[in-house]
Design a protein around this ligand. Structure first.
Ligand SMILES: Cc1cc2nc3c(=O)[nH]c(=O)nc-3n(C[C@H](O)[C@H](O)[C@H](O)COP(=O)(O)OP(=O)(O)OC[C@H]3O[C@@H](n4cnc5c(N)ncnc54)[C@H](O)[C@@H]3O)c2cc1C
Length: 460
């Protein structure tokens, strides 16, 4: 263990308890093995760690919760800074802005915003870190109304390679602000973000589940609804193969089930609109077959965090992701053959997240990644228990990828990429050239080069 000049900054080596704490990840399929690691709670500790890395010739990597750990490059030759910055989420209700210290998970922002009748552009899991999600774009159930979550970022506080602490926004450094929002990383260690909130005292949210035997008709009805669904509605349709665990209702674990979950925002057009929009979606689905469980209801925004039934404890997840054009009846049949297999599937969850709306047409240009021009984000994932289960997951993922190839846009959403080997296509060649130029300006020695995601630089 090395103690550096700033109080509380401990640079830990493998085997130290502080190393294990700093390298702790939510997704256990991506263990992090940097040369050294530290947990930073203050901006000065981040600066001291960067100075130390420079002095001993290490690169610098940053992480928050490790939800995205398997998607990162190996950390050989790097010092890892885990950001768990001191301080609470601060809400400026008049401006509808939250200032969030790095290391904070979305659940804390949702709770703080809800006290003011506001909602935040969070994803499906309460435990996901705000910073990694926002820097990589961020797909929220609110995204069809408000666009990729990175478009809601108003300012980013970070320490750059020269050791300076900066607050970057559209006025102070427009090109770095552009690059930070979806540009693939490699610009510095983020210590806090300011993110815009929106009014939503009440929402309609939940999940409905049916035996997968009804999947062909349910998927067809959902796709028909999704074609011109209101932008206030954001949903996903998945087939789930859940294990018989005490916390899972038996009706959901006795065979593959199809789940439609999501949220409908209270529209500005008046009371009752959200309920009507939800009924337009759920009525035809409930008419096909009675759900075995149906939790959709009008409630508060906090409940949106429960709708997708995400794991709340660290777990080893492996999977795959594609951005798809409209798949038509042929694509739907091919997808269901593989994910709603009556014999079961190693993919615990696999299906489509509805895009369109403001995902494809954001109200104003944002950062490097500010839109997703696709009908659906496909993702499928299983739980890795051993080499055999990993091989089965990989094999099923490859078969889904092959079956859906005719509808694959070749683009990807960075937050949905499950591992660094997966083909990625977040950005255009022109954007990548521009990002390389900006990295050259703010990090001429390439201190943060290991952090750059594949397809975000032509120099690595
Ligand atoms: C159960 C689960 C549910 C999910 N649901 C959604 C969803 O609904 N929508 C969605 O879009 N994504 C979702 N994701 C993916 C998630 O958004 C990404 O994995 C995201 O990168 C996680 O950010 P993090 O900070 O928690 O993770 P980390 O693994 O800690 O960070 C990921 C990357 O972000 C960058 N980063 C993190 N902190 C810093 C920092 N302080 N400074 C600089 N760079 C930093 C680094 O490049 C790091 O490698 C989900 C993931 C899981 C496991």
């Amino acid at each position: 263990m090395t103690v550096v000049d700033e109080p509380g900054t401990l640079i830990a080596s493998p085997g130290d308890p502080a190393y294990e704490a700093a390298t702790h990840v939510f997704n256990l399929a991506g263990p992090l093995r940097p040369v050294a690691a530290t947990t930073a709670r203050t901006v000065d500790q981040v600066r001291a760690a960067i100075r130390h890395a420079r002095a001993v010739g290490l690169g610098v990597r940053a992480h928050s919760t490790g939800h995205g750990a398997p998607a990162g490059r190996p950390m050989d030759g790097d010092l890892l800074i885990r950001t768990r910055m001191d301080g609470e989420v601060e809400i400026d209700a008049a401006r509808r802005v939250a200032r969030v210290p790095a290391g904070t998970a979305w659940a804390a922002v949702v709770t703080a915003a809800a006290a003011h009748g506001l909602a935040a552009p969070h994803g499906s899991a309460p435990t996901v870190g705000v910073v990694g999600y926002l820097l990589r774009g961020g797909l929220s159930f609110y995204g069809r109304k408000h666009g990729l979550a990175a478009n809601s970022v108003l300012a980013i506080e970070l320490v750059t390679a020269d050791g300076e602490a900066r607050r970057v926004d559209a006025a102070s450094d427009p090109e770095l602000f552009w690059a930070l929002r979806g540009g693939g990383g490699g610009f510095g260690v983020v210590t806090a973000v300011e993110v815009g909130l929106f009014p939503a005292a009440r929402v309609v949210t939940g999940a409905a589940y049916w035996p997968a035997a009804h999947a062909p008709r349910l998927l067809s009805a959902w796709r028909r609804w999704a074609l011109d669904a209101p932008w206030e509605a954001g949903t996903s349709l998945r087939v789930m193969n859940l294990p018989p665990l005490p916390e899972i209702p038996p009706a959901l674990s006795s065979g593959p089930v199809l789940c439609v979950d999501g949220v409908v925002l209270d529209a500005e057009s008046g009371p009752g609109t959200a309920e009507r929009h939800a009924a337009d979606l759920l009525g035809p689905l409930r008419a096909i077959a009675e759900p075995v469980l149906d939790t959709w209801e009008t409630t508060t925004t906090a409940a949106v965090l429960d709708a997708h039934m995400e794991p709340d404890e660290p777990i080893a997840i492996a999977g795959d992701h594609l951005l798809l054009r409209e798949i038509g009846d042929d694509g739907a049949a091919r997808l269901l053959d593989l994910i709603a297999d009556p014999a079961g599937s190693p993919l615990v969850t696999a299906g489509l997240r509805q895009l369109g709306g403001a995902y494809a047409a954001p109200p104003a240009p944002g950062g490097a990644l500010d839109r997703l021009d696709a009908a659906y984000a496909y993702s499928g994932a299983g739980v890795v228990m051993d080499a055999g289960s990993l091989a089965a997951i990989r094999d099923r993922c490859a078969r889904v990828r092959e079956a859906l190839a005719p509808w694959d846009t070749g683009r990807t959403a960075p937050t949905f990429v499950e591992d660094s080997e997966q083909p990625q296509g977040h950005l255009s060649a022109e954007q990548i050239g521009e990002l390389d130029r900006i990295r050259q300006r703010v990090d001429p020695d390439g201190l943060f080069r290991g952090d750059v995601t594949p397809n975000a630089s032509s120099l690595i």
